[in-house]
Design a protein around this ligand. Structure first.
Ligand code: DSN
Length: 431
């Protein structure tokens, strides 16, 4: 049951406002929430108005099962053109041969790859969710852990080790040689370090596996040249389109191998999905067009510079950075270094009250359960889209620390929320 809100809709001309004020009220309130708070969830971003307009267009009215030139409905001509633009831009961005732009999400892209390349019961290797992996990489309640057999490679553990909490490539090799997985999965959801795709390919070749890179988090950094590319190393690459890539919520599968591409196309449709969401495919095309612009390279560079500046400032206040730092757009804070009693869920809840939006996250070998955790995941893609720079990061770190040290004191949260809202006015949402 929806609760009543005081917020008034902010647009007089939006057709939803006139037709359905009950729904518009919440959309308007959400618009205001996004505008007046700092979005530091590492997997979120603010799309352009053009991307949103494509999603809100008449393309939502059409069924287009199939692929360009081979549809099962009449009237798909313009959709073929749009899907071709999206596919061409995707392959240009990732410098690869083939793209399927239809997956509804990253998890469904991963499911399609599993369906294309594995038989039920086959073994695959991945990083466990608790160490920064993803639930579609073998969590036992997910399709990937239910119908397939995951074996998980560990991180390096050892406080004295310079690569503490980073991928242990020797252990990946040993695990793969022991279990002979058919697929090796790399690419993560809470991993702040550069991934060595070439090393993963060597290991996959050694054990006779295919290599899948799920680059959902770092896709925007890759296309901007700010993280090494999974090509030519990975046999197949999956990603979402809405994180650092700054497009609509959706998935994408890429490969250089024509046989794999054919299998993936069959797995996406008719294997996993019916009609593609063509309004989202169009929005992907628009977003890919934006990512091809020189300004996107500058954006990705700034995302990393901001993450580095924020990580440095937080580390200076006594928070421990998992793996000792960050190379990409995100950092994982071990809160217990600052305050042994502090939990991830309390920290994220208190920060939200202060207008700073993050998510609680487990840290490697976290003694606390996933609903509590000892960690906080923080990322800079969204605030960078709004225009914040390294110069703003010490202030953001100071707010975070002030709220957490106060242990969620309401007066402190209210004061910080006001200061955050003032800063947000200087950095308007994209339009
Ligand atoms: N839920 C996403 C994230 O936050 O990283 C992964 O799919």
């Amino acid at each position: 049951m929806a609760t009543e809100l005081d917020t008034e809709p902010t647009s007089e001309i939006n057709p939803i406002a006139a037709q359905d004020p009950s729904v518009w009220r919440y959309i308007g309130a959400e618009q205001e929430r996004q505008a007046s708070t700092l979005e530091l969830i590492a997997s979120e971003n603010h799309t352009s108005a053009a991307v949103m307009a494509a999603m809100g267009s008449c393309l939502t009215n059409k069924y287009c099962e199939g692929y360009p030139g081979k549809r099962y409905y009449q009237g798909c001509g313009f959709y073929d053109q749009i899907e071709d633009i999206a596919r061409d831009r995707a392959t240009e961005l990732f410098k690869c041969e083939f793209a399927n732009v239809q997956p509804h999400s990253g998890a469904s892209a991963n499911a399609a790859v599993f369906m294309a390349l594995l038989e039920a019961g086959d073994t695959f290797a991945s990083l466990v969710l608790a160490d920064g992996g993803h639930l579609s990489h073998g969590m036992k309640l997910n399709f990937s852990g239910t119908y397939f057999k995951p074996v998980h490679y560990p991180l390096i553990y050892g406080l004295d080790h310079e690569k503490h909490e980073q991928i242990d490539y020797d252990a990946v090799r040993a695990l793969c040689l022991e279990h002979k997985p058919k697929l090796v999965v790399c690419g993560y959801s809470a991993y702040p370090r550069t991934i060595d795709f070439a090393k993963f390919r060597e290991i996959a070749d050694e054990c006779g596996a295919l290599l899948m890179a799920d680059v959902a988090h770092i896709a925007g950094l890759i296309v901007a040249g700010e993280h090494p590319s999974p090509f030519p190393h990975a046999h197949v690459v999956t990603t979402t389109t809405h994180k650092t890539l700054r497009g609509p919520r959706g998935g994408l599968i890429l490969t250089n191998d024509e046989e794999i591409f054919k299998k993936i196309n069959r797995a996406v449709f008719p294997g996993m999905q019916g009609g593609p969401l063509m309004h989202v495919v169009a929005a992907k095309a628009v977003a890919f067009g934006e990512a091809l612009q020189p300004s996107f390279k500058q954006y990705a560079k700034q995302v990393i510079a901001n993450a580095h500046a924020l990580a440095t400032a937080l580390s200076g206040k006594g928070y421990r950075l998992v793996s000792g730092g960050t190379d990409n757009h995100l950092m994982l804070l071990d809160l217990t270094a600052r305050d042994a009693e502090l939990t991830g869920v309390d920290a994220a809840t208190w920060l939200e009250k202060a207008g700073i939006v993050t998510n609680h996250n487990g840290i490697p070998k976290d003694p606390r359960p996933p609903r509590v955790t000892s960690g906080l995941r923080i990322g800079t893609p969204a605030v960078t889209t709004r225009g914040l720079t390294e110069a703003d990061m010490p202030q953001v770190a100071e707010w975070i620390d002030r709220v957490l040290v106060s242990r969620g004191d309401t007066d402190v949260a209210d004061t910080v929320r006001g200061e955050v809202a003032d800063l947000c006015k200087r950095y308007p949402m994209p339009h």
